[in-house]
Design a binder for this molecule. Structure first.
Ligand SMILES: NC(=O)c1ccc[n+]([C@@H]2O[C@H](COP(=O)([O-])OP(=O)(O)OC[C@H]3O[C@@H](n4cnc5c(N)ncnc54)[C@H](OP(=O)(O)O)[C@@H]3O)[C@@H](O)[C@H]2O)c1
Length: 224
């Protein structure tokens, strides 16, 4: 898709990767709507980037999240792309994971994003794009992150079905299977301490690859 002037909703724009992506997207388009859990943070980002609008959106409330998607689509007069950059992590042995933490992981990393995509689809133009930051853990689950990896795998699998279903509308479904980066995500984990992780990839390189993936309508974005 052509990013120039594109109408893009970025959910989770206030996170580290979300912000970095929005900075790049805003070089191509002012037609950005950004969301974060905090309305004030989202508004601050909107003002800094000159984006069109900002809203509070919490994925735990699917109906409210869907309403924000509809509002964004109205503000932009339709959507060329929706990007989901939200996510939470949690760590610990699979056998000892806390039920409430597992539920929140699936809510934020899978069920909430699915609800947002469902709400966006009627507003997405044919030839548009859906992009979701899943993670390489969707296919390479490490010890100590069972439910986090499983929640990402659930989302990745769902995106695979969606991609096939949207072929006739030529909507690209971009699954961003990103590697580890030092964004502080692991320090904000819902529970537990991360296992030993490889050195973080360069965030600018990953965001550039993500931007290219969105432009090309790539099935997946991977970093070797
Ligand atoms: N960092 C990595 O190494 C890495 C690797 C692979 C994949 N990823 C994925 O990339 C995505 C972004 O990660 P990041 O590193 O940028 O982490 P981050 O800075 O912590 O960003 C996480 C984002 O998720 C949002 N969020 C958390 N809970 C939410 C909820 N209940 N409702 C709505 N939004 C919620 C946060 O909102 P607030 O800003 O309001 O807190 C924030 O925008 C995540 O899906 C992550 O799994 C990251």
């Amino acid at each position: 898709m052509d990013l120039n002037g594109a109408r893009i909703l970025v959910v989770g724009a206030t996170g580290v990767l979300g912000q970095r992506l929005c900075e790049r997207l805003s070089e191509h388009t002012g037609n950005l709507v950004v969301t974060g859990r905090s309305a004030a943070d989202a508004e601050q980002l909107r003002a800094r980037l000159g984006a069109r609008a900002a809203h509070a959106l919490d994925l735990v409330d699917h109906d409210a999240a869907a309403a924000v998607v509809r509002t964004a689509a109205e503000e932009l007069g339709g959507l060329d792309a929706v990007v989901i950059a939200t996510g939470v992590a949690a760590f610990g042995p699979a056998a000892e994971e806390d039920e409430a933490v597992v539920e929140e992981l699936f809510e934020v990393n899978a069920l909430g994003p699915m609800a947002v995509v469902r709400a966006a689809l009627p507003h997405l133009v044919d030839g548009g794009a859906v992009a979701v930051l899943t993670g390489v853990v969707a296919e390479l689950p490490l010890a100590g992150m069972g439910a986090y990896a499983a929640s990402k795998a659930a989302m990745a699998s769902w995106l695979g079905s969606l991609r096939r279903e949207l072929r006739s509308r030529r909507i690209a479904v971009v699954d961003a299977r990103l590697p580890h980066m030092d964004t502080g995500l692991v320090d904000r984990a819902l529970a537990g301490l991360p296992p030993a992780l490889p050195p973080g990839h360069n965030i600018d390189d990953v965001i550039a690859a993500l931007e290219r993936g969105l432009e090309r309508g790539a099935r997946e974005v991977r970093i070797d």
